[in-house]
Design a protein around this ligand. Structure first.
Ligand code: CA
Length: 688
């Protein structure tokens, strides 16, 4: 025993000796590494303002404070891009949409995934430094339109800010992922609020909005002290019931644009689910607001009105939380034209004069250039087919609505559909502004509201000053539109739904490189450099609006939807592709129908209201095809829907919303449609 103890001591001593010997050499590096570890996530105002001097970093979701989604790096360029290959990938262990653009600072990548999970990775190797799961409350998913996605983190002075889908805002230690503080940003848990946006650091506060205007939400943003999480201020974007007091004069002014008998319990909408940009030069926070609730103004505000501040861009002083200016793109919105498409800040020479502007390719189909000091609209031109308005009058800033555009059903004027459809001419997917070519690269959608989405999508190179297309590249249907990166290498990068990652010539649109990655891409790529090597990274997984519908050409249909961060570099290897899914199994014979037609009809209505947004009941859809339920699932139907026994698979418990009788009715409806599909399959098995 004694001897053995001595041996252990010797090993310890020799280990200590090695460390000591190394003190002047490797030991000194270890200390430097320690200092670096303590300095994780050290982004501050000085560093943000100097972003162009350090193109190796990507400091915000859009790289710099203006969020142009442009990298000044050029090692990967028109001549070298053919050598682009795989560097590393990281599996997020999620199967829902990934929409975030990662941040990279001092060799560490920070990003977020579905429900507000966050990740810190060695940006050179993909090695996980830490991963964070907010354990978002699934009950909040019961009123969510567009998948449990998250559009990114903010990194500031050693902290990583991320919002959970259920509305809690977290400040994490950038070095360890430990929770430093958490704030619940939701004012009323009974309302259909969820959070999908990235928090924005604005002066001394971190700001977050929310989603829910498809349900019953009253939009607002909330601000918290960066260090302590102490609540600082909240700005509501629409007035509340005028019979109660107003939070501030801006809302009192806004209330004059609403019918006093508006449907106040429905909240009014105007949520802020994306697009926040802080301008350190002018100390202003800009963001767009969503559609009103209901979409149809006559149900929302029966006597009409502009309904400020829905479908608007607002500029807020983050020190006070008060409105500085507003511009309403869509007065009295009728068409679900959220104005939340990512905003880019830059300086442009407009009318011979250099101006500080913001630009937005809006859902409503107009490309806006706005003076960001004053909110004055300098240009608003159609970048996709638009039928709801003829033009925007720059003198008044108001759109000239097309006659009949508010009375549309599937068509109006006897010939035209409403363009754009509710999906918009452009949605959340970031566009990119290349100051070298002067072009904006827009992932756009050409689509009319005709009951079915049948449109095309394009990557469009748009000259914002001449308001014209320089080149365009067609993609698939509405389901295929991904965020964009442009670089000083003269390249534009964009992934697609069939799972290809593509590099285009920024000047001509010529396809220079096409890498099959086998994973659906909807997020925007980004770029960084470590030790002289340029990397391009993109998050990959299908999701977002219409997330449960998976088109057969979608990589997720063929190979599943496991989330990945995929990173490329010159002379990298072959990109690993997920294996093909096994063949689709036949619909099993459902249990006997025992319910009456009335019960089935009640179940159909409940299913349409509560379940159909996720369960589209097609093979390989995002949520389970309920026509293919196993006998075990049929037997456990009550426990699944009310008891939450499939929570780990993402199925929220519906207790408190649905009664056991409601659940039986839904089950009866599902048995009914299962029999329909089963009988059709048995009659013509080859068609299945
Ligand atoms: Ca909307």
């Amino acid at each position: 025993m004694h001897a053995r103890h001595a041996v252990v001591c010797a090993i310890v001593l020799s280990a200590a000796g090695v460390a000591f010997v190394g003190y002047h050499g490797r030991g000194a590096m270890a200390l430097a590494d320690q200092a670096k570890a303590a300095a994780h996530g050290q982004i501050d105002r000085k560093r943000l303002l100097a972003a162009d001097k350090h193109p190796e970093e990507w400091l915000t979701t859009g790289r710099d404070f203006g969020k142009g989604h442009f990298s000044p790096l050029a090692q990967i360029n028109k001549q070298t891009v053919d050598r682009l290959g795989f560097a590393w990938d990281y599996h997020t262990q999620t199967n829902r949409g990934l929409e975030a653009t990662p941040i990279v600072v001092d060799g560490v990548m920070y990003t977020s995934g579905s429900t507000g999970k966050a990740y810190a990775l060695d940006a050179r190797t993909g090695k996980e430094l830490w991963a964070f799961d907010p354990k978002s409350d699934l009950r909040m998913n019961r009123e969510s339109c567009c998948d449990e996605v998250n559009r990114g983190v903010a990194v500031w002075k050693g902290k990583v800010y991320v919002a959970a889908f259920d509305g809690r805002l977290f400040a994490l230690d950038a070095a360890t992922g430990a929770v430093l503080w958490v704030a619940d940003t939701i004012t009323d848990k009974k309302v259909g609020y969820t959070v999908t946006g990235a928090p924005e650091v604005a002066g001394h506060v971190v700001v977050i909005g929310n989603a829910g205007a498809e349900y019953d939400a009253r939009g607002y943003v909330s601000a918290y002290d960066l260090d302590t999480g102490k609540f600082a201020w909240r700005f509501y974007t629409v007035p509340g019931d005028p019979s109660k007091s107003f939070e501030n004069p801006e809302l009192e002014a806004a209330s004059k644009t609403w019918d006093p008998k508006s449907n106040w319990p429905m909240g009014g909408g105007g949520t802020v689910w994306d697009s926040m940009v802080y301008d350190p030069e002018l100390n202003l926070l800009y963001f767009g607001t969503s559609n009103g609730t209901f979409f149809d103004r006559s149900r929302r505000s029966p006597s009409g009105g502009d309904n400020l501040y829905v479908a608007s861009i607002l500029a807020i002083n983050p020190d006070t939380g008060r409105l500085v200016w507003h511009y309403q793109e869509v007065p009295g919105d009728q068409w679900d034209y959220d104005t939340l498409q990512p905003i880019i800040l830059t300086d442009l020479k407009v009318g011979g004069r250099s101006r500080k502007i913001l630009m937005q390719a809006s859902k409503d189909g107009f490309f806006y250039i706005i003076d960001r000091k004053t909110g004055q609209v300098l240009s608003a031109e159609k970048f996709v087919p638009v039928t709801w308005a003829e033009r925007v009058d720059l003198k008044t800033g108001r759109p000239v609505e097309a006659p009949g555009a508010r009375e549309y059903k599937n068509e109006f004027n006897g010939k035209n559909y409403i363009h754009p459809a509710s999906m918009g001419g452009h949605n959340w997917n970031p566009m990119s502004y290349d100051p070298k070519t002067g072009l904006v690269y827009i992932p756009e959608i050409e689509n009319g509201e005709a009951g079915l989405f049948t449109g095309k999508t394009y990557l469009r190179a748009w000259d914002p000053l001449r308001s014209k297309t320089v080149w365009e590249e067609p993609f698939g249907g509405w389901w295929d539109h991904a965020g964009v990166l442009s670089t000083a290498g003269g390249l534009v990068f964009q992934g697609n739904a069939p799972g290809h990652f593509i590099a285009y010539d920024a000047d001509t649109g010529k396809k220079l490189k096409d890498i099959d990655v086998g994973s659906t891409i909807i997020a925007a790529p980004m770029s960084y450099e470590i030790d002289g090597v340029q990397y391009i990274a993109v998050m990959a997984a299908w999701g977002g609006g219409g997330w449960s519908y998976v088109h057969p050409e979608n990589a997720a249909y063929q190979r599943g939807n496991e989330g990945r961060i995929i990173v490329f570099k010159l002379d990298g290897g072959a990109t690993p592709i997920p294996p093909l899914l096994p063949p689709i199994q036949p619909i099993p014979q459902p249990p006997a129908q025992t319910a009456s037609p009335d019960v089935v009809e009640h179940g159909r209505a409940l299913f349409a209201a509560r379940c159909a947004v996720c369960h589209v009941n097609q093979p390989r859809s995002g949520a389970a095809d309920l026509r293919r339920m196993s006998p075990e699932s049929h037997a456990a139907f009550q426990q699944i829907v009310l008891g939450g026994i499939l929570k780990s698979a993402g199925m929220p418990p519906w207790d408190g919303v649905l009664s056991p009788e409601d659940v039986d009715a839904i089950h009866a409806y599902l048995i009914s449609i299962s029999w329909d599909a089963y009988n059709k399959q048995q009659a013509a098995p080859k068609e299945q």
